[in-house]
Design a protein around this ligand. Structure first.
Ligand code: AOS
Ligand code: ZN
Ligand code: ZN
Length: 395
């Protein structure tokens, strides 16, 4: 493995990387067959922030927490949200992306913003506008939109009319955004719609964002593609066009499994992060949100989030270790094996000692999982979080 010329530069990039954790990863979750409740799970959004703060304390690179509205709610409107933002800061974290939820109401049986009924479309749009109001109060930059909209049967609705309704809704939300706020559009191949999904792929999301303007960008959720899709190509393309806004990292074996990032295919995560690096996406001003979108159904949640943060960080470190000069030379010379070897050399490097040192320089422990286990937090939340209703899907 060739030593990179400037390890300090690599460490500087890693020190500047911010990985955003989702509030719902700390709550109870499951499949459509069963939600398994775990002891010590948060009952309030503040308790979710407390857990997220532990992840940041042990990793040093996860200071942002994404919200999901209305799974996360507060009393007192804008003031309540501002108080929550202040509470987050007191715990050492910040409120991040606001994720809208227009998929859990009976009214949305035939869709939300693409529903054939204008009254349902209005209801969905009012929710999206409310999410922007929350962003105004919390100081969040990004509004993330994922629509469960689609149809189950051919002929059920007009595919074209649904695109028109989608475009109209996105335009209204985009126009409502304040300075410095962004609309991030997420695509997903299928589920819950099984015949046609209204935003099924990056091309559809890209086309809508292109029409909207500079502050509309695409979210790549790594679990939202057909098996075998070359996700790093999509990443490279979107970055090149200035349209890569965010990641929802997670792992999948079959569908949208939402397992821990890096668990199923760490090599894919490395290839994605390499394309991010190659396209300049690791620079803080590139504005890419490196978010996790995961559900920990059977494993303990906080250590699962810590491990996922570490996996994204490991993939990033390996991507930064790619000897780009040697790679470019091999590519120029048509040296197929040589070029591949340069990439694989970086992938096979054990970056754990480098990352342990980095964490220590950030005031965290070199081994975040051991530090978390030793902290007693897991036992403390089980003892203290009794009574009340645990947060979970839909609550
Ligand atoms: C749904 O499949 C998407 O990944 C969304 O990002 C969704 O809002 C999130 O997964 C929470 O369920
Ligand atoms: Zn997602
Ligand atoms: Zn998903």
């Amino acid at each position: 493995m060739p030593e990179p010329a400037d390890l300090t530069a690599v460490e500087d990039v890693l020190r500047g990387q911010r990985i955003e954790t989702p509030s719902w990863a700390y709550a109870n979750s499951g499949t459509r067959f069963k939600v398994f409740a775990q002891p010590g799970v948060p009952r309030t959004v503040r308790e979710k922030l407390d857990d997220a703060a532990r992840v940041h304390r042990h990793t040093g690179v996860a200071p942002l927490v994404a919200l999901h509205i209305p799974w996360d709610r507060v009393e007192g409107g804008a003031e309540g949200w501002a108080r929550l933002a202040a509470y987050a800061r007191e715990q050492g974290v910040r409120l991040g992306t606001v994720n809208a939820n227009v998929f859990q109401d009976d009214a949305y049986r035939l869709g939300s913003v693409t529903n054939p009924d204008p009254a349902v479309r209005r209801k969905a749009l009012d929710h999206l506008r409310e999410c922007v109001e929350i962003m105004d109060a919390t100081g969040s930059r990004d509004l993330k939109l994922w629509f469960a909209d689609g149809t189950n049967y051919p002929g059920q609705d007009s595919l074209r009319a649904r695109q028109d309704r989608l475009a109209e809704a996105l335009t209204e939300v985009y126009e409502r955004l304040g300075t410095g706020q962004r609309l991030i559009l997420e695509y997903k191949l299928f589920e819950p719609a099984f015949y046609a999904t209204d935003v099924p792929d990056w091309g559809t999301a890209y086309a809508h964002c292109l029409r909207l303007g500079d502050r509309a960008q695409v979210c790549v959720d790594t679990g939202h593609h057909a098996p075998g899709t070359n996700i790093e190509f999509i990443v490279a393309f979107l970055l090149r066009e200035g349209k890569l806004g965010a990641f929802d990292f997670n792992s999948r074996f079959y569908a949208d499994d939402d397992l821990m990032a890096g668990a199923a295919d760490p090599f894919q995560l490395f290839r994605i992060l390499y394309e991010v690096r190659a396209g300049g996406g690791l620079a803080p001003d590139a504005g890419i949100a490196f978010m996790l979108d995961q559900c920990h159904n059977i494993e303990p949640k906080i250590p699962a989030v810590i491990r996922s943060v570490m996996s994204v960080q490991e993939a990033t470190a390996k991507a930064l270790l790619v000897d780009t000069e040697a790679l470019a030379k091999a590519q120029r010379e048509g040296d197929v094996l040589g070029a591949n070897e340069v990439l694989m050399d970086a992938y096979h490097t054990d970056v754990r000692p480098l990352l342990a040192r980095l964490r220590e320089s950030l005031g965290a422990d070199g081994d975040p999982l051991a530090a978390y286990r030793a902290s007693g937090w897991a036992e403390r939340i089980v003892a203290e979080r009794v009574g009340g209703e645990q947060a979970g899907w839909g609550a």
